[in-house]
Design a binder for this molecule. Structure first.
Ligand code: ARG
Length: 462
């Protein structure tokens, strides 16, 4: 090969790489997103090499200067990325040598792209998980405000999408809050577990240089250097774990999205979404479509798909590093963009929704939502629950037949089903009576909801 071969591994090859193969194997188009992490990792590696006497002070100074220049070139869009240089790592290293000469060539001492890329992804993902968790917190704060504002608004609670029992709208928002709280925890667990440093594992077996791995780990904020070099360069379980946590969070957002779409339809008309989050139809002037909610619902499919890609990518791979792993980046990056974007949209849109209290109230009145309260009332008057259930079932059938709600029946009508029913039953049959009665930890009484709002604020105050 000619001396000007730009390939950093060209030494043993007799012909240039096929042009198509070069493009096919290159990852620089997408892994350039790791540039900052790559520079940070290189800087720390160089500081460690100086610390153990492999680099001189002057060489370290030159490397730091060169890396800083490269960072600026990238940030300002002046950096010339080359597909011939395959990936982000070799692009940066080649530019470093161009800028500072021989010191740049020493940077790769005791390092391989295998431990380098595994380190870069962890550094990058650790940061990005921080952003996801901030996004969740912002949305949770909005939900607490909304729950407080609407603690006394009554929503028909559903099971099987049939009106079941009245609940506080705020209580429903707190259900969303809890789902997100577990997502926040899952992402945190995954960030903690991944915080071990591959650098020093080199290609797969470790290195014969006496590297001070603890020193590098300390600079980069890793808890410890990875304990096994073969595992460190090979497994991407940490990225899969993130994708799993993200897919679960997106699944949660899709459930909220579905409710927002239903509730904002003319048939439900329970809520109004802010105009700035909806779009119109080019043909039907009356339309206001909940696009953002629908998109988030759809994007949950992407996140689940990426999780499957990552699992299938890793499945069956023999130890240690295989080029397959280069395929981890696009699904990972897209999952991050999807989750961060969806959280941002919901954090802004949901707390700004307007509740149509009258519509929700009427809907809750129509579905015999207080039938359970009547059964509980009979039990408190001495009936066995199963008997009470039967009597109330008959009362509901009667009311349906007469085309009215339980609360609209006369005392005499209700007494046909159990003679223990008295005038105080009407208090029990109101929606307010029903929700106020559920004043138990986790229950839907507005008093409980307000208590949980305060507890939630305390929990996420950080
Ligand atoms: N671009 C590669 C990746 O994403 C970097 C590691 C390549 N290592 C190698 N020996 N080819 O995985």
């Amino acid at each position: 090969m000619s001396k000007d071969d730009s390939r950093m591994w060209g030494g043993r090859f007799n012909e240039p790489t096929d042009e198509f193969v070069q493009a096919f194997t290159a990852s620089v188009a997408f892994d350039r997103r790791l540039a900052h992490a790559d520079i940070e990792g290189s800087r720390a590696h160089a500081m460690m090499l100086k610390h153990i006497g492999v680099l001189s002070s002057d060489e370290l100074t030159a490397i730091k200067y060169g890396l800083q220049q490269i960072r600026e070139e990238i940030d300002e869009g002046r950096f010339e990325w080359s597909v011939a240089l395959e990936d982000v790592h070799m692009n940066i290293e080649a530019r470093l040598t161009e800028l500072i000469g021989d010191a740049g060539k020493k940077l790769h001492t005791g390092r391989s792209r295998n431990d380098q890329v595994a380190t870069d992804i962890r550094l990058y993902l650790r940061d990005q998980i921080g952003l996801c968790r901030e996004g969740i917190r912002a949305f949770q704060h909005g939900l607490l405000d909304l729950a407080e504002r609407e603690a006394h608004s009554i929503l028909p609670g559903f099971t099987h999408l049939q009106v079941a029992q009245p609940v506080s709208f705020g209580h429903h928002m707190l259900a969303w809050f809890e789902m997100l709280e577990r997502d926040h925890g899952r992402l945190g667990d995954c960030a903690t577990r991944m915080n071990q440093m591959p650098l020093g594992s080199a290609a797969l077996a470790g290195t014969s240089y006496d590297l001070d791995r603890e020193f590098t780990a300390d600079i980069l904020g890793f808890d410890i250097p990875c304990r096994n070099s073969i595992d460190a360069v090979s497994d991407r379980d940490f990225a899969i774990e993130f994708c799993a946590a993200a897919a679960i969070c997106m699944m949660h957002l899709s459930r909220m999205a579905e409710e927002l779409v239903l509730w904002s339809s003319a048939q439900f008309d329970f809520i109004r979404l802010p105009d700035r989050y909806c779009t119109g139809s080019s043909i039907m002037p009356q339309k206001k479509n909940p696009d953002v909610a629908e998109l988030v619902r759809g994007k949950a499919g992407r996140a689940s798909g990426h999780l499957m890609s990552m699992l299938m990518l890793m499945k069956g791979q023999p130890l240690s590093y295989n080029k397959d792993n280069q395929e981890d980046k696009e699904p990972l990056f897209d999952t991050l963009d999807t989750l961060i974007g969806s959280l941002r949209a919901f954090a802004d849109m949901v707390p700004a929704l307007e509740v149509n209290q009258e519509k929700m109230y009427q809907a809750a009145q129509q579905g015999y939502a207080t039938a359970t309260d009547l059964a509980d009332y009979l039990v408190k008057k001495g009936a066995a629950f199963r008997d009470a259930h039967e009597a109330v079932g008959q009362a509901v059938a009667f009311a349906i037949d007469k085309g009215k709600d339980l609360g609209d029946c006369t005392l005499e009508e209700l007494q046909q089903f159990d003679t223990r029913i008295e005038q105080d039953v009407f208090e029990v049959l109101t929606l307010e009576g029903s929700i106020n009665a559920r004043n138990i930890t986790g229950g839907t009484a507005p008093e409980q909801v307000l208590f949980q709002v305060n507890a939630g604020r305390e929990m996420i105050k950080d």
